[in-house]
Ligand binder design. Structure first.
Ligand SMILES: Nc1nc2c(c(=O)[nH]1)N[C@H]1C(S)=C(S)[C@@H](COP(=O)(O)O)O[C@H]1N2
Ligand SMILES: [Mo]
Length: 208
């Protein structure tokens, strides 16, 4: 078996139509966090759902772990131009999670709220795609483990069809909203939609 080097793998991915323009393949897993990494305490952690739902709800860590989980293998693309292929995540599919809720017909956007105030926004129909996950494991490792916490422990969203800033680490709440509410980087000038096939990187001058 021939081991491909990084450039050869990159060429393969480009030929296979899996490398969006302006991206290059990485074999590392860079950590990109604005601000600190939180600590995780399973006794106090919760995941809240609020906004345009018939009933606001809250899951403790123990309760969240009782939800049925799946595994996905997807490519991720960061707006800082790295792409990582065939990453495997385990967690609760957002679609299945949404079925646990009674969404009001006015719910059109999902705002992910994270530790320390990071937020990111997407339309509900984008979030309801069949590959969107609330992920608690990466390559079999619990994100809550000390060595993996930087990647969004204990829980993050994974939205494979958008630039990776739309995949919210350290998730604590999902807000269903009638109006769009641009998140942290979106207010800072990043594109509101973030589709990497369209190179939707920046949209306007940010407020930073
Ligand atoms: N809460 C939170 N989520 C976040 C970020 C962040 O700073 N805080 N950074 C985003 C960006 S810009 C990217 S590219 C990915 C990086 O995820 P990684 O550190 O696991 O590579 O997380 C996204 N989610
Ligand atoms: Mo990013």
């Amino acid at each position: 078996m021939k081991l491909l080097n990084r450039r050869e793998k990159e060429r393969e991915m480009r030929a296979a139509g899996r490398l969006p323009d302006g991206q290059s393949l990485t074999e590392k897993f860079p950590v990109l966090t604005y601000g600190p990494t939180p600590t995780f305490d399973p006794a106090t952690w919760d995941l809240r759902v609020f906004g345009e739902v018939e009933e606001e709800r809250r899951w403790t860590w123990e309760e969240f772990l009782r939800l049925p989980r799946d595994t996905i293998t997807v490519d991720i693309h960061c707006v800082t131009r790295w792409s990582k292929f065939d990453t495997t995540w385990e967690g609760v599919m957002f679609r299945d999670f949404a079925r646990e809720l009674k969404l009001k017909p006015t719910a059109r956007y999902v705002i992910a709220h994270c530790e320390f105030g990071y937020t990111t926004n997407l339309p509900l129909d984008v979030m309801l795609d069949d590959d969107v996950m609330l992920a608690c494991k990466y390559e079999g490792h619990w994100l809550k483990a000390r060595e993996w916490m930087d990647h969004g422990g204990p829980l993050r969203t994974v939205v494979p069809k958008r630039y990776f800033w739309k995949s919210a680490k350290f998730l604590r709440a999902l807000e269903f909203s009638a109006e769009d509410k641009p998140g942290f980087w979106e207010r800072g000038g990043y594109h509101n939609d973030g589709d990497f096939w369209k190179q939707q990187r920046f949209q306007r001058r940010g407020i930073f």
